[in-house]
Every structure is written in structure tokens, then in C-alpha cells.
Design a binder for this molecule. Structure first.
Ligand code: UDX
Ligand code: UDX
Length: 477
């Protein structure tokens, strides 16, 4: 369906927003609102969440204890908290007083019913829409921040318009492109801000109100406005393209291992072609994170639901390749360790899905650990930001075995040297910078021999490690 955007001249003086509410104090809602509050001191920003523990952590007097680790975030929260940035569990009051409401709740892949394992579960979005409809007494702009299937705005609008009390709502789509670990700099210097809205005059006014907020720190040429559906689909498309680059380079990494080519050299050679570009070409044990897999599965589901099977199969292959990469990394550890790892200690350096975050959602480490636990390995984990409870919860969630067996097979350590002591092998699962600063001779001296390193991130110095005596294997060479 084609939607023509009318060019509307807006003569109305646009009243600036003074009160914002954000539902969802997670990895997206928390940092995004902290930056808006910092850059717009005239706006009162209230972030609400059903999870009282999470809100209490955001309000912890010691800002180092906020629930999300992002470089630079604690300082920004300290600057605005209780000035014009508030964290609360009182969802209804915050909705009532806000002129603009961001929905930033999670949209996990469905675990039941139609679309199970593929479609996005929109029950939290719908709950938010119903709550807004119930509470609102004056006109509101509702902004979709969560990544959503195309045309979700239509469902949200239908709920708001039909269960409301004569209040007028405008729906905007304003997808987030921040990457974890660099959320603060991505928010401060975004490549672009995307705002989708209705082509009507009211829709265009709502867009301008949100543009006015971002204009406080983002140059106007980087603020793109589109129709709602283009905005929703652009977010899915951006994540699909990024993930596809990783699966493409990982596919070539396997071929490199067979042919004697080196994936780092291949990536460098192709990345210098300005049409390809150098970013997102790092071969790895596989991508993780809350977005890539979920968004591609969602795209596949949408394509299938329109009968576009070739489109669906094309994108599904990105996930199939990623699963294969995690599997083959785990299998290679087993075959290299003489086809048996039962009772052997294997040290995991890193558990987070990438460096500089405490987020572990869909981390490759979880799947590699699960594979090795099936072979009865003893896994010793060290991650500078992830707790043992989180590691065990991640494994329990897979339901591959009884929780007590996960506790038997996994132990977490506060430092790498203890984690690696008496280990048969080390697997690098996250690219934390500190791994390169270690005394690798000391680690080697305390390991079983031969001592193996499986570098799933290609970050260690092969020459140095092999000179010490390690048998070193990495991805794609
Ligand atoms: C989420 C989505 O997963 C992602 O698709 C989207 O792009 C942005 O929002 P994230 O912020 O990383 O990402 O999720 P999460 O850290 O799980 O935070 C969501 C928060 O919403 C949680 O703290 C949860 O308690 C809260 N929530 C959820 C509510 O307050 N109300 C609800 O009804 C559901
Ligand atoms: C991603 C998108 O980058 C961001 O724009 C969107 O808003 C949310 O999803 P995020 O998942 O936080 O962000 O991190 P990202 O840096 O994209 O990394 C995702 C995964 O890909 C990580 O596991 C990372 O280690 C892996 N990766 C990334 C590679 O394996 N190789 C690369 O070259 C780049």
C-alpha cells in the first residue's frame, strides 16, 4: 500500500513539551531519558517501570549502583536525577501528567501460540496502550521507542481511540539505534534520529514537537521524518543489515579456515572498498544481544505472513549461520581436546554479549556453555560485569537440564587467574579490553598441559601466546 505524504504548512505555534513519561526503565528507556533530561533541563522526565527493584536501583544514592552499566551513564544520571529526571513505579501519575509518553518496554520473541519462536510478543505494548487509554484525561503524544513489527502503531492507535475517553492521541515511531556499551555516545552523537508520524496536520505537529526535543543537541539535517510504517520498518531493516554483515563475514571465516586465508586480512581488504566500508566486519563466535535475532525472526515472520517465502528464507539464513557459528566453536573445543571434555575444566573469559556492558541476552557464551555442559565439562567463568546469579539464570532459562546440574557444572570467579587455574583450555567469549593486559605467562604456568586458547573474538596476540607455549586457535585463520 502506498501512502502519500502531504506537505502541510504548519502555521500553528508549536508549544514545547514540558513533561515526558517513559514506560520501561531498561537498556533503552533509561539511557535515552537520561540524555533527554540532561539536554533539556526545562523538561520534567519521569521514567516508570513495573519492576520496583529496578526503579529502586535507578534511585540508589550511589549512582554506581544504577541497574545498567554503560560508560559515562552514571555521571549523566547524577547530574539530572531528582532535578528533572525521576524514576518511579507510579505509572498512572506519570502518564496522567505527561504530554508525551514513550513506550520502551520489551518486545520479546513469542514463546507460545501463533508465531511462537518468531513473532514479537506485543502483550506489554498492548498493556501500555490500555493503561494510557485508561488514565489519560488530556491529549497525548505516544512515542513507540520499542522495536515493533510494521503497522503496530495501527493497533496502538486503535486501542487508544476505542477505549479512551474522548482524548486525542497522536502516535509517533522513534526507533532507537543505540548500541549497548556505547549508548551514551550513540545518543549524544547519533548518525540520525528517525521520527515517523501520521501525514495529517496533527501528526506533523506531533512530529515537530519531538523534533524540537532532539534539536537541542542533534543537527537538524540528521533528524529524518517519515511516515509511521517506513520508520517502523527502517529499524528492522537496519538491524537485519547489520546482523547480515556479521553472518556474512562469519560464513567466510569457516572458508578461511579450510583454505589458509585469514579472515582479518580478508575483512581489511574488502573493508577498504568504500562501498563496503570497514565497520561490522569482525568475525566472531556469533552475534548476541537483545535485538538482532529477535528483529530478524520478526522480519521473517512478517514476510511469511504476506506469503513472501523467498524474502523470509533469505533473512532466516542470517540466523541459521549465526547458530552454526556458535555450534562449530563449541564442537571445535571438544574435538581439539581429544574428543572428550568430561570432567575437564574450561575457563570462559567473558559472558556478556559484547564488551562494556553487563547485558547477557542471547550472548554466544550461553549457547557455547550449554553445548559443553552436555559433554559434562566443568566451566569456570570470569566476566568483569556479570554476576554468577545472572550466568545461572541464563542457563536455567534454556531448560536444557535441571537447575542443580547447571550449578554443578558452572562456577564463577572474581578474577581471571583463579578461573584459569588448572584449566585445560580457555575460551574467549567477549572482547573485554582487559584480557589483553594479562600476564599470560602466569596463566600458562598454572594450567594443565597442553594448554589451549580458543579465541572467539580474535583479540589476543597469537605470536605472543604461541611463544609462551599455548596452542592457540581463533576464528577464521
Ligand atoms: C526494549 C525492547 O526489548 C526493544 O525491542 C526495544 O527496542 C527497546 O526496549 P530494553 O530497554 O533493552 O529494550 O529492554 P529491557 O531492559 O527489558 O527493559 C524493558 C523494561 O520495561 C523492563 O524494565 C520491564 O520491567 C519494563 N516493563 C515491561 C514495564 O514497565 N511494563 C510492562 O508492561 C512491561
Ligand atoms: C544493535 C544495533 O547495533 C543497534 O543500532 C540497535 O539499536 C540495537 O541492536 P547492540 O545489540 O547493542 O546494538 O550491539 P552491536 O554492537 O550491534 O553488537 C551486536 C552483536 O554483534 C554483539 O554480540 C557483537 O559482539 C557482535 N558483532 C558486532 C560481531 O560479532 N562482529 C562485528 O563486527 C560487530
Amino acid at each position: 500500500m502506498k501512502i502519500r505524504l502531504k506537505i502541510i504548512k504548519i502555521d500553528t505555534i508549536i508549544m514545547e513539551i514540558t513533561k515526558i513519561c517513559c514506560i520501561g526503565a531498561g537498556y533503552v528507556g533509561g539511557p535515552t531519558m537520561a540524555i533527554i533530561a540532561q539536554k533539556c533541563p526545562h523538561i520534567k522526565v519521569t521514567v516508570v517501570d513495573l519492576n520496583a527493584e529496578r526503579i529502586a536501583a535507578w534511585n540508589d544514592p550511589n549512582v554506581d549502583n544504577i541497574p545498567i552499566y554503560e560508560p559515562g551513564l552514571s555521571e549523566i544520571v547524577a547530574e539530572s536525577r531528582n532535578r528533572n529526571l525521576f524514576f518511579s513505579t507510579d505509572v498512572e501519575s506519570a502518564i496522567d501528567e505527561a504530554e508525551m509518553i514513550f513506550i520502551s518496554v520489551n518486545t520479546p520473541t513469542k514463546t507460545y501460540g501463533a508465531g511462537k519462536g518468531m513473532a514479537s510478543d506485543l502483550k506489554y505494548i498492548e498493556l501500555c496502550a490500555r493503561q494510557i487509554a485508561k488514565v489519560a484525561k488530556n491529549d497525548k503524544i505516544v512515542v513507540e521507542k520499542s522495536t515493533l513489527p510494521v503497522r503496530t502503531a495501527e493497533a496502538v492507535k486503535s486501542i487508544l481511540d476505542n477505549t479512551g475517553n474522548g482524548v486525542k492521541f497522536q502516535i509517533l515511531s522513534n526507533p532507537e539505534f543505540l548500541a549497548e556499551g556505547t549508548a551514551v555516545s550513540d545518543l549524544l552523537n547519533p548518525d540520525r534520529v528517525l521520527i515517523g508520524g501520521d501525514p495529517s496536520e496533527e501528526g506533523q505537529i506531533a512530529i515537530q514537537k519531538l523534533v524540537a526535543i532532539y534539536s537541542k543537541w542533534v543537527p537538524s539535517q540528521q533528524i529524518l521524518t517519515t511516515n509511521l510504517w517506513s520508520s517502523e520498518l527502517s529499524k528492522l531493516t537496519a538491524n537485519a543489515f547489520l546482523a547480515q554483515r556479521i553472518s556474512s563475514i562469519n560464513a567466510m571465516s569457516e572458508l578461511c579456515e579450510k583454505t589458509g586465508a585469514d579472515i582479518n586480512e580478508v575483512a581489511r581488504a574488502i573493508g577498504m572498498d568504500s562501498r563496503i566500508g570497514p565497520k561490522f566486519l569482525k568475525a566472531s563466535v556469533g552475534f548476541g544481544g537483545s535485538c538482532f535475532q529477535k528483529d530478524i525472526l520478526n522480519l521473517v515472520y512478517i514476510a511469511k505472513s504476506f506469503g513472501l517465502n523467498e524474502v523470509a528464507d533469505y533473512w532466516e539464513q542470517v540466523i541459521i549461520m549465526n547458530d552454526h557459528q556458535k555450534d562449530r566453536f563449541a564442537k571445535n573445543i571438544i574435538t581439539t581436546l581429544y574428543n572428550t571434555i568430561s570432567g575437564k575444566k574450561i575457563a570462559f573469559l567473558g559472558w556478556a554479549f559484547k564488551k562494556d556492558t553487563n547485558d547477557t541476552r542471547e550472548s554466544a557464551a550461553i549457547y557455547v556453555a550449554d553445548y559443553l555442559l552436555k559433554e559434562e565439562a566443568n566451566i569456570a567463568v570470569y566476566d568483569p560485569k556479570v554476576s554468577e546469579n545472572k550466568i545461572l539464570a541464563d542457563l536455567d532459562y534454556l531448560e536444557s537440564r535441571k537447575p542443580e546440574l547447571n550449578r554443578k557444572g558452572i562456577e564463577s570467579f572474581d578474577d581471571s587467574y583463579s578461573a584459569c587455574k588448572n584449566a585445560h583450555a580457555i575460551a574467549i567469549l567477549t572482547e573485554w579490553d582487559e584480557f589483553n593486559t594479562y600476564d599470560w605467562q602466569k596463566i600458562y604456568d598454572n594450567m594443565e598441559k597442553p594448554a589451549f586458547v580458543f579465541d572467539g573474538r580474535n583479540i589476543l596476540d597469537r605470536k605472543k601466546l604461541t611463544e609462551i607455549g599455548f596452542i592457540y586457535q581463533c576464528i577464521g585463520s
